[in-house]
Write a protein that binds this ligand. Structure first.
Ligand SMILES: [Zn+2]
Length: 124
């Protein structure tokens, strides 16, 4: 957000995809301003390899968390940004499977998942 975020009040944020979440005032001040555009929406999460937005507002998402070892094998720093499924699999030289994903909430069923992410979450 280009203005000042009021850190004394809870804030409702609309995520890409249209979901809304309540950010408690206790952590509003911890959210980096650069994560918001002028409308208060999340900015895109571009794949660091191909530039494809992994969480577009009007399309399927590829928002997931894989085990740290898998991410490191792909040559990614823990805070190194996002990779789409295709680029992560290219880096790994193999397809992802359920065992590669952590128990994070984002790895559960999500109607916003792309077909290929949903398939990988179920793959053995
Ligand atoms: Zn990519």
């Amino acid at each position: 957000m280009s203005g000042i975020i009021d850190a004394t009040a809870d804030k409702v944020v609309e995520l890409s995809g249209g979901r809304r979440v309540l950010i408690p005032r206790e952590i509003v001040s911890l959210i980096p301003f650069e994560d918001f555009d002028d409308a208060g929406l999340w900015l895109p999460n571009p794949c660091v390899d191909c530039g494809r937005d992994t969480t577009p507002r009007d399309g399927p998402h590829e928002y997931y968390m894989v085990d740290a070892d898998v991410w490191a094998t792909a040559g990614m720093h823990p805070c190194g940004g996002a990779l789409c499924i295709a680029c992560l699999e290219t880096r790994l030289g193999r397809s992802l499977a359920r065992a590669d994903f952590t128990d994070a909430l984002c790895n559960g069923f999500d109607v916003l998942d792309s077909e290929r992410l949903a398939a990988r979450k179920e793959a053995r």
